[in-house]
Design a binder for this molecule. Structure first.
Ligand code: NAD
Length: 314
């Protein structure tokens, strides 16, 4: 029998991206006893890439209000004692450029920025500029290619990089999909899995690096079919939520409330991901953007994070 390597817990983590998921993951890590550095882009500023895409300062303000909204929402989710402990003592917030050097002091870096390959690759390049071997780097992507994200990074960095995909809300959802890239070191993968299982109390499923992995490949398709069924049968959003929620033994957030929680922009990125990467004609048809979601995006009704999606947040 081979020697059993003792599990080495992580003590300090950095979460990059403080939106819907980043803030939730940071709170979960802090509640598990880790020291957490939570970094995002500077408030009310645009990255060079965002400027190229024609985003305005007003868009940046909406984005940052959304990020702050997530933190505020988390604050009210925590019982007062935990809130005190988690936020006042264990989470430090900052912005990526000013606090970049601090990433060299953590054991685990969790990338949770917007679901776009170009942005994630830029952020990983910034991380690598200060990264020290031994620090695990994971991405929370919903299903972008882990291999494509690692392209251009050094061999040593690629060995330490994998996806650890948390589900929304991270505090309550048990599942984490762990997805190795082509060069992920077996020891790093084992440690990442143990951290999720033993330190964070999650159930890990090892998935392959295919578009949207397992859960979003199925879940996203289910959401598209539900929207189609609503259209075909002339049902309302409320009626579908009533039918697919507690009446079927599922939570109130089963369908449209879930889409509002996820974020309409993020959901569309995830839908696009299968269509754009699959070579199967049936996939390309099945993962067409539902016009109902495109219409919401056009109005910048992104769900809970912007105050309005299928439902208005009160
Ligand atoms: P979000 O839009 O709520 O937040 C993204 C955050 O990234 C924003 O705060 C934004 O300011 C920040 N950001 C953008 N560019 C940045 C940069 N260059 N440097 C630092 N920060 C930057 O998105 P989200 O819903 O939290 O999703 C984040 C990731 O988690 C995505 O990969 C998404 O697919 C994945 N995910 C989302 C959900 C969900 O339910 N929303 C569930 C599982 C996984």
């Amino acid at each position: 029998m081979g020697a059993i390597t003792p599990f080495k817990p992580v003590r300090r983590a950095a979460v990059i991206g403080s939106g819907v998921m980043g803030a939730g993951i940071a709170a979960h890590l802090a509640n598990a006893g880790l020291q957490v550095l939570l970094l995002d882009v500077a408030a009310d500023s645009l990255t060079a890439e965002e400027m190229k895409q024609g985003l305005t300062l007003e868009d940046a303000k909406v984005r940052n209000r959304a990020a702050l909204g997530s933190l505020a929402r988390l604050a009210v989710q925590q019982p007062p004692a935990l809130y005190e402990a988690a936020f006042a003592k264990r989470i430090t917030a900052g912005n990526l450029e000013d606090d970049l050097a601090k990433l060299s002091q953590v054991d685990w870096i969790v990338e949770v920025v917007v679901e776009r390959l170009d942005v994630k690759r830029q952020v990983l390049a910034r991380i690598e500029s200060v990264w020290k071997p031994g620090t695990i780097v994971s991405t929370n992507t919903s299903g972008l290619s882990v291999a494509a994200m690692a392209e251009g990074r050094s061999d040593a960095f690629r060995k330490h990089f994998a996806a650890a995909h948390f589900f929304n809300p991270p505090r309550h959802m048990k599942l984490v999909e762990v997805v190795p890239g082509p060069d992920t070191d077996a020891g790093v993968l084992a440690r990442l899995t143990s951290v999720c299982e033993q330190q964070l109390g999650k159930g890990v499923v090892l998935a392959k690096d295919t578009p949207n992995f397992i859960a979003n490949r199925i879940g996203c398709y289910g959401m598209i079919l539900t929207i189609e069924a609503m259209r075909q049968h002339g049902l309302t959003v409320d009626e579908v939520d009533a039918l697919t929620g507690p009446a079927m033994g599922r939570p109130k957030t089963a369908t449209f409330r879930m889409m509002d929680m996820v974020g309409i922009d993020t959901l569309l990125h995830v839908v696009d991901n299968v269509r754009e990467r699959s070579e199967d004609a049936e996939d390309q048809q099945a993962f067409a953007r539902p016009p109902e979601l495109t219409a919401l995006l056009g109005r910048k009704w992104l769900g809970e994070k912007s105050g309005q999606g299928f439902y208005r947040k009160i």
